[in-house]
Design a protein around this ligand. Sequence first.
Ligand code: ZN
Ligand code: ZN
Length: 273
Amino acid sequence: MIETVLSATHMPFWKQLVTSIDEVLFPRQCIVCRSFLGSSPQRDRFLASGFDNHHVLSSYLCPDCFGQCRPLESPICPRCGRMFSSRNTGDHVCGECIGDRKPFHKARAWGAYEGALLRVVYSFKYHHKTFLARPLGSLMYAVLQRHWRSNEIDLVIPVPLHPKKLRQRGFNQSCLLIRHWPHNADWAAVTEPSTDWLVRTRWTRSQTGLRRKERRANICGAFSLQGRPPLASKNVLLIDDVYTTGATVAECARVLLDGGARRVDVLTLARAM
Ligand SMILES: [Zn+2]
Ligand SMILES: [Zn+2]
C-alpha cells in the first residue's frame, strides 16, 4: 500500500512516509458516513500541488457518498443557475426568474444541495471542520473560471454574518471558502475580497424552515453599507456557501446596487434544487 501511495505523489520521500504511517495509525474516515477510507493518491496530489482537481471530494468521502454529490451542469437557468431535471433541452430562463426578476445578474454554484454535499456543508459550518474550506473552495474556484472572465469582476464580497453570529461560530464560512484561492495576476480582484463594506446590521432568525416569502421578509433590511465604499460602476461577485431561495443574496445585491454597483453576480458552493 505504501508503495502505491509513494509512487502516486510528488511529495518528498520523508513526507510521503510520514503520511503513510499517519494513515496506518489514524485511518481516515468518510466525512459523512464515517466508514474508513483507504489511501488516496488524489488527496495526496491535491495537498501537494493541485488546486484544480475536481475529484477532490473523493478524498474526503467514501465512493458511495462521493457518488451522491451532483455537480450542476447544463441545462440550467442562465440567471439563477437552477439545473433542470429534463436533459432534453438547452439552457433557458426558468419560470421563477420570468415571474420574479432578480436583482443579481446571474448565480452559479458547484453542486446540488442534497445528500452527501448537504452533510459536508453541515460538518464544515456547524461541526467546525474548517479544513474542508480548501477543497470546497477549490470547487468554487473551478466554477468561477468556467462561468466568468477575469475582466467581468471588479470586486469580490463574501456575504457577511451578524457580529453576534460571527462570535458564536468563530468564522465566516463565505470568507473561509475563498481564503485559499490561488493568487493569479489575471484574477487579482478575486484574491483580495472586500470584507468591510457590506455589513449585517440586523439580527435575523435562521432562514431554515421558512418559506420563500417568509425568507424574503426575514432578511429584508438586514444588510447595509459601511462608510462610502467605491462601488460606482463596479461589477461585484457575491460569495455564499449555499443558495436556497436566493433571498439572502438578492437582499445583498439590492444594497450593493443601491450603493452604485453596476452589476452583482453570485457564486455559491451549493444550490438547493
Ligand atoms: Zn461515506
Ligand atoms: Zn431561474
